[in-house]
Design a protein around this ligand. Structure first.
Ligand SMILES: C/C=C/C(=O)SCCNC(=O)CCNC(=O)[C@H](O)C(C)(C)COP(=O)(O)OP(=O)(O)OC[C@H]1O[C@@H](n2cnc3c(N)ncnc32)[C@H](O)[C@@H]1OP(=O)(O)O
Ligand SMILES: NC(=O)C1=CN([C@@H]2O[C@H](COP(=O)(O)OP(=O)(O)OC[C@H]3O[C@@H](n4cnc5c(N)ncnc54)[C@H](OP(=O)(O)O)[C@@H]3O)[C@@H](O)[C@H]2O)C=CC1
Length: 443
């Protein structure tokens, strides 16, 4: 491993293909014999530091269409939080199902799960049938694992029944020194970013792109008003940038003055601090409070001068969904990709049908959407929102921060990279955008 790292750090990438791939590597795992670890513990008290381990694991065999990547850096996504607390279900069920689907995928079904759905690194080896990528290529990986053997995925790969999220529904994820991906997950690493910056947008940037910008999602247009929950978080920090870039007006919902300040730094003017306003959309566990929905709607109208949101960018789920449906403009769109606070939603359907609103479900992104989202990063039009970086050994703490909502934007993890700040090739482009690249640091 050290020879590989030395070659990468010396920028001798042509040598990578001739260096031996190590038989084992360090990866962050959950263990199948610990899925009951948090039985009886409330969700908020389940501690990823107890369930995420740093293990020496065997390097998987490289199959057709696959690539092994030396991972310089990765990032925490909320799916790793879900894996680490074994909610809403243990990810070992996904690995078992995948393992049964073909002889090639049997290797994924193991008593440990190497997690993580983002990476920046260097291709070590490619399997048979891979022509577009070579050992030594500097890459980032999006997290859609799909082989495309079924007809259903051929207009939109997200519709393939065998579509999976790498490092969540597959093994050998990115929070490790080596990762196994499908070659059609690879994309060029933006040349003006460090390893840890390049590793941080992938999953959330691609998801927000499909959810908000793509015709498969809300198809945002100039002049739209967009309500963005968690606007300084992982998804929200990219949704806010897309709204601003696309000539729309974001209304950023956050929960502290620090987060409000980050949104202002991104260029947003209309901000709601949900903690300061004290919104309480549920009277108790069973009943919502439509007066609170109206209070949120009135606040939005006060900020916009009377406009209701054309689009509501949803992911908190149960806690906010009723309010989201209510405040959306007549004919507008609620686009949802998650349910962090609970997946059994409740809303008043009269406001949906009488006012001709639409709810769209959105999940990750197809290769084209992920590529377009990455291209915007590479061109310096969308910027990483990295706030803090941890070592691979401290991944548990990093996931704990995200679980506790104690983070801003994205939290990075150094895998093989010995320190922050390495990997930049285009210093001029970097200099031109340094303020934006560092906008989430130290807040
Ligand atoms: C990129 C990052 C993303 C994120 O962060 S997303 C957030 C994290 N992700 C999650 O929280 C999602 C985790 N996944 C899940 O919770 C589950 O994954 C799902 C609820 C999505 C699906 O559950 P499942 O049990 O895997 O599948 P079923 O579709 O419920 O299948 C169970 C049985 O139900 C049958 N079935 C499905 N649809 C129908 C139908 N329309 N009519 C009749 N039967 C149906 C199936 O065939 C199967 O049957 P049989 O058990 O016998 O094999
Ligand atoms: N389907 C898909 O493809 C994807 C799904 N996801 C899912 O989306 C969700 C969010 O992911 P991500 O943005 O990365 O996570 P983050 O934790 O980085 O950001 C989410 C933000 O949402 C806000 N939030 C959290 N809980 C609530 C609540 N109860 N009410 C209102 N706002 C809330 C918080 O902001 P604040 O406190 O400032 O309001 C928080 O910062 C997760 O469940 C994740 O699994 C993520 C990516 C892809």
């Amino acid at each position: 491993m050290q020879k590989i790292l030395d070659a990468i750090l010396a920028d001798e990438l042509d040598a990578i293909g001739s260096l031996d791939v190590p038989e084992t590597y360090r990866g962050v795992t959950v263990h199948a014999d610990e899925v009951e670890l948090f039985q009886g513990v409330a969700t908020k008290d389940k501690d990823p530091r107890k369930s995420l381990h740093l293990d020496e694991v065997a390097t998987p065999e490289l199959g057709p269409g696959e690539a092994l990547v030396a991972v310089m850096a990765s990032a925490i996504n909320y799916n790793t939080v879900w894996t680490s607390i074994f909610e809403p279900m243990s990810t070992f069920g996904f690995l078992k199902r995948y393992g049964k689907s073909s002889p090639e995928s049997a290797k994924h079904d193991l008593p440990y799960h190497v997690v993580g759905s983002d990476l920046a690194g260097v291709v070590l080896r490619t399997g048979p049938g891979v022509n577009a990528w070579q050992p030594g290529d500097r890459v980032v990986a999006h997290c859609l694992d799909v082989q495309l053997e079924h007809p259903d995925g051929h207009s939109d790969t997200m519709l393939d029944p065998e579509q999976r999220i790498w490092g969540f529904e597959t093994n050998f994820g990115g929070l490790a020194e080596v990762a196994l991906v499908k070659a059609n997950q690879l994309m060029p690493m933006p040349r003006h970013l460090t390893w840890e910056e390049a590793a941080s947008p992938g999953l959330v940037n691609s998801t927000a792109y499909r959810q908000l910008v793509s015709t498969n999602g809300a198809n945002l247009k100039q002049g739209d008003t967009v309500l963005i929950w968690g606007a300084s978080g992982g998804l929200g920090s990219y949704a806010t940038q897309f709204a601003l870039n696309g000539g729309a007006t974001p209304i950023c919902v956050v929960s502290s003055p620090e987060k409000a300040e980050i949104c202002r730094r991104m260029g947003a003017d209309l901000i709601i601090d949900r903690s300061a306003e004290g919104f309480k959309f549920w009277k108790d566990e069973h009943e919502q409070d439509p007066k609170e929905w109206k209070r949120l709607g009135a606040k939005i109208r006060e900020l916009t001068g009377g406009d209701d949101p054309d689009i509501v960018f949803e992911h908190p789920g149960r806690e906010t969904f009723g309010a989201s449906v209510f405040v959306t403009k007549r004919g507008g769109t609620i686009v949802t990709c998650a349910s962090t606070s609970g997946f059994m939603h409740q809303y008043d359907n009269r406001y949906l049908w009488m006012n001709l609103k639409r709810i769209i479900g959105s999940h990750f992104a197809n290769y084209r959407e992920a590529w377009e989202a990455n291209r915007l990063v590479a061109k310096g039009k969308i910027h990483p929102t990295l706030s803090k970086v941890y070592s691979l050994a401290d991944t548990g703490q990093a996931a704990y921060d995200v679980h506790r909502n104690a983070h801003q934007g994205k939290v990075g993890v150094l895998c093989l990279a010995p320190e922050e700040g390495l990997g930049v090739l285009d210093h001029d482009l970097r200099a031109a955008h340094l303020t934006e690249i560092n906008r989430f640091r130290g807040v």
